[in-house]
Design a protein around this ligand. Structure first.
Ligand code: FE2
Ligand code: FE2
Length: 197
């Protein structure tokens, strides 16, 4: 009998999603691991409320654990993996996705979620959207605690409202610091606005 590919996660995805184990090439210190676990906790709670099937929960937990797996690698190391034109602080997402792809992970939706967890992407599936939300809203960050608490309280049900708020806050921050805005970020914003219209 042929088993559908989605039912058999890649060993790296299974290890991260089921056992909370990061690949041996992961570069993240204690503080980063604590952040990763808070993101995983939020996603697990939302997956439960959304009544997601077990295989989907494993993917969500894996994405949470893997999204910052290379966050503490040096920019030089990261640039060898992928996206040489990205600013140093954002490189860890695409670099980790490239590494996972090289290891044989073929789940494009998960790879996109990991690669674009900071900047967003218009083709995010549900996993990409909720990882983007969880990364920004996890309770350990000191930025705008009241606003973020209010947004956590409306999730996972008010997905679009939360996405518009988080994408808006992130965009506003980029404008405030006069930073460049990636085309994927603009395209995600436009998709959300269109959906809300
Ligand atoms: Fe990150
Ligand atoms: Fe993160």
């Amino acid at each position: 009998m042929t088993v559908p590919r989605a039912a058999v996660p890649h060993p790296l995805v299974a290890a991260a999603g089921r056992d909370g184990r990061l690949p041996e090439w992961a570069r993240c210190g204690e503080a980063r691991r604590a952040h990763i676990e808070r993101v995983a906790g939020l996603l697990a709670a939302w997956a439960e409320r959304l009544d997601l099937p077990e295989a989907e929960r494993v993917r969500w937990a894996a994405a949470a654990r893997l999204h910052d797996a290379l966050r503490d690698a040096s920019p030089a190391e990261l640039r060898q993996e992928a996206a040489p034109d990205w600013p140093a602080a954002l490189l860890h997402g695409p670099a980790c996705a490239a590494r996972l792809r090289a290891e044989g992970v073929e789940d494009e939706d998960l790879l996109r979620a990991v690669a674009y967890h900071t900047v967003g992407h218009p083709e995010f599936g549900r996993l990409g959207e909720y990882l983007y939300l969880a990364d920004f809203l996890e309770p350990g960050r000191s930025y705008l605690p009241d606003v973020r608490e209010r947004l956590r309280a409306i999730l996972p049900t008010e997905r679009l409202e939360a996405l518009l708020s988080v994408a808006g806050l992130r965009l506003a921050h980029r404008l405030e610091v006069r930073g460049a805005i990636r085309p994927e970020t603009v395209a995600l914003w436009n998709r959300l606005v269109e959906e809300a219209a």
